[in-house]
Design a protein around this ligand. Structure first.
Ligand code: ZN
Length: 263
């Protein structure tokens, strides 16, 4: 395992354990999390996603960035700006690209059929953060590679962005309770679990809002921000109407889900 891969895995496991402890000790919603049924399935997608990355892009996006930079690709190569400024521009540009990728995955039916597996989880906790279809992982990699090539992002900025995105996603899917006096000001800057939970609502207009993963500014700026769910944080139904039965939540059924019918 490379140094970068070990660093990413270490941070991932540390945050996963910390957020799991938080939501176990102080849950935001009282509905039973059904961990023994959901967690093995959701966590299996970490392994499957990792395998797809190994096959599609063995060195990861950061290694691609190193070769892109060596070839002088991207607009940053043409701009004479300091390294720290290029680092910031790369992270902001990658984050904005992921925001629009997420909107695209909701808007285009074939992409939605792949992305909806993430939304079909009937609960919302830190394990939901890693539940992405392997095809979506592959598509995301392709999009990230294209964006890195256009920007000319450095491998360091790509690694920092991937760690940030991963950490933000684990955080904003957590079912941990947070006092209002922390949540309100925090939400002005970052996507909080209360903000992202609305994105996991069964109401389509709520699913199609709060697309951001890290900072809340993109949703505010592009008018996709929704402050409160119609049924309140405790009444909000999580998941999708077509995938409520227990049989639809097995690993094989979830892998097959993009190819079947549904909402
Ligand atoms: Zn989504």
């Amino acid at each position: 395992m490379t140094h970068e891969a070990a660093l990413r895995l270490g941070i991932f496991l540390g945050l996963l354990a910390a957020f799991a402890l938080w939501e176990a000790l102080a849950p935001r919603r009282a509905d039973p999390p059904a961990r023994t049924r959901r967690w093995p399935v959701n966590l299996a997608f970490v392994v499957l996603g990792g395998l797809v990355t190994r096959v599609v892009l063995p060195g990861g996006v950061a290694a691609f960035a190193a070769s892109a930079q060596a070839n002088g690709w991207g607009f940053l190569a043409a701009l004479a700006i300091p390294d720290w400024a290029a680092f910031v521009v790369s992270i902001v540009a990658l984050d904005l690209a992921i925001y629009f990728q997420h909107r695209l995955f909701h808007r285009i039916p074939v992409f939605w059929s792949i992305h909806r597996m993430h939304h079909s989880d009937t609960m919302f906790d830190v394990s939901t953060a890693v539940r992405f279809h392997p095809v979506e992982i592959g598509l995301s990699l392709a999009i990230k590679v294209a964006v890195v090539a256009v920007i000319g992002a450095s491998p360091e900025s790509v690694l920092a962005f991937e760690i940030l995105l991963n950490a933000a996603s684990l955080f904003n899917h957590t079912n941990g309770r947070m006092p209002d006096w922390i949540e309100r000001p925090l939400r002005l800057i970052v996507v909080t679990p209360d903000m992202h939970r609305i994105h996991h609502s069964a109401r389509r207009e709520e699913t199609d809002s709060n697309f951001g993963f890290s900072v809340s500014i993109w949703d505010r700026l592009f008018a996709t921000y929704r402050a409160e769910p119609a049924d309140g944080q405790d009444g909000l139904t999580i998941g999708l109407e077509s995938y409520r039965e227990r049989e639809s939540q097995g690993l094989l059924r979830l892998l097959a889900q993009p190819f079947g019918r549904g909402q």
